[in-house]
Design a protein around this ligand. Structure first.
Ligand code: FES
Length: 122
């Protein structure tokens, strides 16, 4: 049912945890299941230097969270804002249709964290 990449990121998630001196934090909840995802960013000179996440959710949510952190590190804020949930699911070689809603958390939380960073800097 799950691709190898999903299983890899679920069983060995990258960048789990918190960033103590994060300068952007985003949190989103998935209305359909009640799961929650939080993303911490360390931004320097408009580049995302580090990302960590905490997800209270299903395996697909953990896998997409892990993947989005890998995709976001090293990107500019503008590039990271353009990362979509669909792109994250695609990078995992797809998710089962019943689990596509789980991927909604990942990029959304990233975008919230970027907005939080920008609000603080403004
Ligand atoms: Fe809630 Fe997947 S079932 S995020």
């Amino acid at each position: 049912m799950y691709t190898e990449k999903v299983m890899d990121h679920f069983t060995n998630p990258r960048n789990v945890g918190e960033i103590e001196d994060a300068n952007g934090v985003g949190e989103v909840g998935n209305a359909s299941c009640g799961d929650i995802m939080k993303i911490f960013l360390k931004v320097e000179d408009n580049i995302i230097k580090d990302v960590k996440f905490k997800t209270f959710g299903c395996g697909a949510a953990i896998a997409t969270s892990s993947m989005v952190t890998e995709m976001a590190i090293g990107k500019t804020l503008e590039e990271a804002m353009e990362l979509t949930n669909a792109a994250v699911a695609e990078a995992l070689d797809g998710l089962p249709p019943a689990k596509m809603h789980c991927s909604n958390l990942a990029a959304d939380a990233l975008h919230e964290a970027i907005k939080n960073y920008m609000e603080k800097g403004a």
